[in-house]
Ligand binder design. Structure first.
Ligand code: PRP
Ligand code: URA
Length: 211
């Protein structure tokens, strides 16, 4: 994790897969599959500081003290709907994680985040919560989702995305300085419609084949 709270994953597989995802002629099937694969690599980084404890186990040869995850199961919190595209890959790596669903959409005129659904596990205060959304653009959605999760008790929160705009990174860090950001890339800028440039277009539409 970098000192400014922002980690950009530097890995050749991530860079290669992201390039394919950006191409406008990449199919829905390939886009969804690549997002799942990159999610697993992002999850690896986002869970780097999960706490461990020690238990005694028996191997075929002897007994030993061995590390095991401590505390309560972590929570993945996808922001609907595009965040669901990251969830499967995360669950591939951490199959026993709990899931909190945060339903938000961007009003296309104002770019503000409108909540339409929220459901989270109990005991959020005792769990690491990893918020998932492929795109961090204005950060209105991420900021609102994290606010809502904190209202539900979340204390140890991190935000994972695929692509971020510099404007979004700055706004999210200002609104929630305690929340580290893990991303595959930080792009150039936001356009007048709040789209990340060069970006990959509308992530939800590309995952689900809608327009
Ligand atoms: C997209 C994306 C983020 C949000 C990012 O969702 O998945 O949630 O925009 O933009 P922001 O940082 O400016 O808030 P969208 O509202 O298009 O909904 P969808 O996931 O249902 O497609
Ligand atoms: N949401 C998206 O899906 N793409 C963008 O570029 C910005 C917000």
């Amino acid at each position: 994790m970098s000192s400014d709270g922002v980690t950009v994953i530097a890995h050749p597989l991530v860079a290669h897969k992201l390039t394919i995802m950006r191409r406008k002629d990449t199919s829905t099937k390939s886009f969804r599959q690549l997002l799942r694969e990159i999610a697993l690599l992002l999850a690896y980084e986002a869970t780097r500081d999960l706490e461990l404890t020690s238990i005694e186990i028996e191997t075929p040869l002897t007994t030993m003290q061995a590390p095991t995850l401590a505390g309560k199961k972590l929570v993945f919190a996808p922001i609907l709907r595009a965040g669901m595209g990251l969830l499967e890959g995360m669950l591939d790596l951490v199959p026993s994680a709990r899931v909190a669903h945060v339903g938000l959409y961007r009003d296309p005129a104002t770019l503000t985040a409108i909540e339409y659904y929220f459901k989270a596990p109990e005991d959020m205060e005792d769990r690491m919560v990893i918020v998932l959304d492929p795109m961090l653009a204005t950060a209105n959605s991420a900021t609102a989702a994290i606010e809502r999760l904190k209202q539900a008790g979340a204390k140890d929160v991190r935000f994972v995305c695929l692509l971020a705009a510099p404007e979004g990174v700055a706004r999210l860090r200002a609104a929630h300085p305690d929340v580290p950001i893990i991303t595959a890339a930080i792009d150039d800028h936001l356009n007048d419609h709040g789209y990340i440039v060069p970006g990959l277009g509308d992530a939800g539409d590309r995952i689900y084949g809608t327009k």
